[in-house]
Design a binder for this molecule. Structure first.
Ligand SMILES: Nc1nc2c(c(=O)[nH]1)N[C@H]1C(S)=C(S)[C@@H](COP(=O)(O)OP(=O)(O)OC[C@H]3O[C@@H](n4cnc5c(N)ncnc54)[C@H](O)[C@@H]3O)O[C@H]1N2
Ligand code: MOO
Ligand SMILES: [Mg+2]
Length: 418
């Protein structure tokens, strides 16, 4: 085993991962199940929206020319000839100073070109009067004013949000082509690990990484398969991961990636003939994160330390899986925030600090979310973002501008900004 590993930059490491994964094939799903998936084809308008020229208000549809010259002193009278509720239509042709009583969303007949809101009209025995002139198209939503048949509304590669689902419904797409979601296997390794319901035992701890990763996957709309815990035994681990590879598109393991006597992941990759993309990254926590590939399947070797495991996932696993599931914006947005407390500990590596972000006076105030060592678990629970501090010899002070990774958002960007 190589003990002295050469760290590479986060950017370089991420580049290697992204270059080594590809999009999965697509599949058709009912539109009601498409939320959180990625469109595999452009969503184009099958019709104009609005589909027909309709009233934007409850009131009266008139010929605008008939209102010319109306004022408070010279009110103009209209006679109501028909009522058109939403869903109805009329082919009646208005004569001068005739009007339809019309409701919001109802088709405006061809002979009318403006709508008088009820609030703008004074009702009379057989109609109403107005005290102002109406412009053509006033209070009317014109056919195709929002979009036209054939327009690309949402391009391929886009995350399906609730508005996309509404758009699918608008155009009558009851099913939609989306990229297949990767099947991801999670296995936590470590002879010290216990399941959640096990009573405490001397020298042992409960496995928190497995369920954490399953939840990080859930946040990306991926159902991770949690495999059973495995002890630190190279042959068993190799056999288990081999089995996993026959069932999944990507393997995530936690633990055993450092240089300890029982850290078997490097040996396991060798046994499998997987190509290691890197095994040391200039970041903290998560410096031991290792990523390998076997054919078109990535194997993510995340650290056993919970905070390192969490960061390794957000930095490398998430963008890679998003690429596999067809997303074109795979990186978490990085924005400027204000450090809300001193952080004096300098480190040669880029630091990714679990942080509590608060939005105050239009600014993002960011503070470390508690005990922040690589082995911390509770600070992850209190975090809703990550502060990124560049490596170097200096510490940082309250009030410094810092970069903040928005890890909890569904919207990403197409650039890695660190
Ligand atoms: N001589 C060196 N020792 C270590 C180095 C190094 O460079 N040289 N790196 C350190 C760093 S940094 C980290 S991070 C850890 C990474 O260790 P491993 O990824 O090999 O993970 P393990 O040894 O299996 O476990 C580390 C730690 O995490 C706990 N753990 C493991 N799995 C889980 C789990 N599923 N849930 C909760 N906690 C877990 C485990 O009990 C250990 O305490 O290595 C340093 N050592
Ligand atoms: O991989 Mo470790 O997390 O750098 O502390
Ligand atoms: Mg270890």
């Amino acid at each position: 085993m190589t003990i002295n590993r050469i760290p590479i930059s986060v950017r370089e490491a991420l580049g290697r991962v992204i270059d080594n994964v590809g999009r999965l094939p697509h599949e058709k799903v009912p539109y009601t199940e498409s939320y959180g998936r990625i469109l595999a084809a452009d969503l184009t308008a099958t019709d104009d929206v609005p589909l027909f020229t309709k009233s934007a208000m409850d009131g009266f549809a008139i010929r605008s020319e008939d209102s010319t010259g109306a004022s408070g002193e010279r009110r103009i009278a209209f006679k109501v000839v028909e009522e058109i509720p939403a869903g109805a239509s009329s082919d009646y042709v208005l004569a001068p100073n005739e009007a339809f009583r019309i409701m919001t969303g109802a088709e405006v007949p061809k002979s009318a070109d403006a709508v008088v809101m009820f609030e703008q009209a004074k009702e009379t025995a057989d109609g109403f009067t107005v005290r102002k002139a109406f412009r053509p198209d006033e209070n009317i939503a014109l056919q195709g004013e929002e979009c036209k048949t054939g327009d690309v509304i949402v391009p391929e590669g886009t995350f399906v949000n609730p508005g996309t689902v509404a758009t699918l419904a608008t155009f009558g797409y009851s099913s939609v082509e989306v990229y297949r979601r990767p099947v991801v296997g999670i296995m936590s390794t470590g002879s010290e690990l216990l399941d959640v319901d096990a009573p405490p035992e001397r020298g042992k701890i409960r496995n928190s990484n497995g369920p954490m990763i399953q939840s990080q996957l859930k946040r990306m709309n991926i159902d991770g398969r949690l495999y059973k815990l495995e002890a630190d035994d190279l042959d068993t681990l190799t056999a288990r991961v081999r089995e996993m590879l026959s069932e999944v598109d990507a393997v995530i393991t936690t633990g055993g990636v450092s240089v300890g006597d029982y850290d078997h992941l490097p040996g396991l990759y060798k046994n499998l003939g997987a190509i290691e993309l890197f095994n040391k990254v200039g970041m903290r926590p998560g410096s031991v994160t290792t990523v390998s590939v076997l054919g078109d399947k990535p194997l993510f070797g995340l650290s056993g330390n919970p905070s390192a495991c969490y960061s390794g996932f957000e930095l490398f696993v998430r963008p890679a899986l998003l690429k596999m599931m067809g997303h074109d914006k795979i990186y978490a947005p990085v924005v400027e925030g204000i450090l809300d407390e001193d952080f004096r500990k300098a480190n040669p590596f880029t630091r990714f600090i679990r942080a509590e972000l608060e939005y105050r006076d239009g600014r993002i105030m960011a503070r470390p979310s508690g005990f922040n060592k690589s082995n911390a678990v509770t600070s992850i629970a209190k975090s809703n973002g990550v502060i990124v501090l560049p490596g170097g010899t200096r510490g940082f002070e309250k009030g410094n501008a810092v970069r903040v990774m928005m890890t909890d958002m569904t919207t990403g960007t197409d650039r890695f900004d660190i």
